[in-house]
Design a protein around this ligand. Sequence first.
Ligand code: GBH
Length: 469
Amino acid sequence: MTIHRFPQDFLWGSATAAFQIEGAALEDGRRDSIWDTFCRVPGAIVNGDDGSVACDHYHRMPQDVALMKELGLQVYRFSSSWARVRPDDREFNPAGLDFYSRLVDELLGAGIRPWITLYHWDLPAAIPGGWTNRDTAHRFVEYAEKMAETLGDRVQDWTTLNEPWCSSLLSYAGGEHAPGHTDPREAVAAVHHLHLAHGLATRRLREVLPDDASVGLTLNFTVADPVDPDSPTDREAARRIDGLQNRLFLDPIFRGAYPDDVLADLNGLGLESHIRDGDLETISTPIDWLGVNYYNGAAVTGSPDNGPAPSPEANGRRVGNPNIGSEWVEFVPRGLPVTDMGWEIQPDGLRRLLERLHVEYTGPADIGMYVTENGCAMPDRADEDGFVDDQDRIGYLRGHFIAVEEAIAQGADVRGYFVWSLLDNFEWAWGYDKRFGIVRVDYETLERTPKASALFYRDVIAANAVEEE
Ligand code: GBH
């Protein structure tokens, strides 16, 4: 039996996001975020679900932290809700700030390192124009500064944005995420303004935070393989998806420039018109680490002559196509096993991704990586005690842990891993239908029950090693 051992100071944790778990949507001064309003749009969310109660984490936070401690988590990645902290985009809300302060104290008391993300998609609805408006980047800096002043004495690890691909292309062109628009020109404006928000906030955080603070951001990646590696059009499809979903976000940050080939693919959508002098210097302010979210691989094909491919499915309905300028690219299943999301299970994609990022981006910048999200929705079935024997999720996690260890053995500087997610929670357009947790949540009673995967994860953390099956 092969045992894969992790470096001694490797960090093991789990991740959540405010809107997906907190609930208490209109309590203690919180106001609508764009996700609260989007949930009211008929048909936007499966079953008409919303975030008003979610996992009720806002009221059950101390018990949830106790649960993390039981599982042996060393670090907890959570997000703060901008709409709770500065509800109307005017005064800051003391009760909102106090919640995150109490959460941090609870974590530190339990010996768990707090890892904060400032933006996991719950933009205050009161901000005019959302991310199409350049001014939103400046509003974000004010919010980031306030959070740093409030928590900077206790929180070392700061993330500006989670997955700007989702908050730009999937939200303003794909229409699957709030605000649910399908306008490619709005999407490129959002891309640039999110980048700007990240760069400006990184600079401000460094001014406000103590010297040993660490600032980075989390991107989501698609490892796109050509269906036929010998087909020039399939290779072109793979280049385009890599450009649009990966390099469009990596290059401004690591190289201070948008990639030329992607600008050409987006020709006519006006991305350049949003760039002002100095923006790219700001955006490429050095970061201390890169957060890597990886869920699945994808095989791509298609041809511009075929016209637009059907857009990826949102929640059983087709909306816009997030692959702007490359709408003809088609994602095709290649017969691998899939999760309950229909996403193919391909741990080797994670190994390849980490090795590539190390060689092309984080290595040259001399920074490390963290896998800030990885996990799966599975068709869980609970027994009468609420226990889920999720051997399928264990298999998924085991395969991806091994992939991370193999990447490290090949020289990739990966310093930690966070399972998505601690709890079953509000899975965006899919509502409560899809369950990503290693802990089951009964949405009737809100009771939490660790699944078999949580117990497996506890053992992996304790051993700092994973066995091949
Ligand atoms: C993350 O986003 C989020 O950060 C988190 O909040 C969320 O709950 C979690 O993942 C689970 O969804 O074209 O079919 O190959 C996920 C980002 C981007 C991952 C699109 C899957 C491609 C699917 N997703 N990606 S496909």
